[in-house]
Design a protein around this ligand. Structure first.
Ligand SMILES: [Zn+2]
Length: 225
């Protein structure tokens, strides 16, 4: 541990900076900590999870059981430290160039839902205690002419963190879609038209079949011949 770091208990520092120092000084790189340990270290801070997540914007690597299957649902691993956010002038995000009215327009355009998972603000995720919050996210999209353009989407906190960081390549996606068999392409068109994915009969039957008790599965199987 470096001795020239301020203490994580230094109350003059902001919560995110203190969380970074707590990771370095108490948890240690590579080690696992629990949500409770984090909350106990910062008992008076509400949404401490969120403050810690903000560190990812400064290249801190903190894994949950989404990224690391060896972790329990309440565990996270401090994989690697990022920018020294506690240093003067660090740890502040570049000011967003999006105006309030632009943000409002985008939210309406996306029907007040996350463009990736469809979560609405305040929704609770099925496997976590956190609620969804929507924000504007920037995506680099390769255009049909090959140029790369930054475009805006609405994304929830979870998709932002775990999310799809791969490139968005419009010509590649178009090529993939148009190479689908006609029957699949028409299903895709119907999903796009309806704004959501519907489950086909074959998928519904499959899901119900899977949920059947073993004996009934056998009866079902043999009845299909
Ligand atoms: Zn989402």
């Amino acid at each position: 541990m470096s001795t020239d770091l301020p203490s994580w208990q230094e109350s003059k520092l902001g919560t995110m900076k203190r969380t970074a120092l707590w990771l370095v000084q108490v948890v240690g790189e590579g080690n696992v900590f629990t949500k409770n340990q984090l909350r106990e270290a910062f008992p008076s801070v509400s949404q401490i999870d969120r403050r810690m997540r903000d560190l990812r914007d400064f290249k801190w690597k903190i894994h949950t059981n989404r990224e690391d299957v060896n972790l329990g649902p309440d565990e996270q691993r401090f994989v690697q430290r990022g920018e020294p956010v506690w240093e003067p002038g660090r740890g502040t995000r570049p000011k967003s160039s999006i105006t309030v009215s632009q943000r409002r327009e985008l939210l309406a355009q996306y029907g007040y839902k996350c463009s990736s998972c469809g979560a609405a603000p305040g929704d609770t995720y099925t496997d976590a205690e956190v609620t969804a919050q929507l924000d504007v996210a920037r995506r680099e999209v390769v255009q049909p002419d090959g140029s790369k353009v930054a475009q805006l989407v609405i994304e929830c906190n979870r998709c932002r963190v775990g999310g799809n960081k791969s490139d968005f390549d419009l010509p590649a996606l178009i090529a993939q879609a148009t190479s689908l068999p006609e029957i699949e392409l028409s299903i895709l068109r119907a999903w796009i038209e309806g704004g959501s994915r519907t489950f086909s009969t074959i998928e519904t039957v499959w899901a119900r079949y899977r949920a059947l008790p073993f004996e009934s599965q056998e009866a079902f199987r043999s009845s299909l011949g």
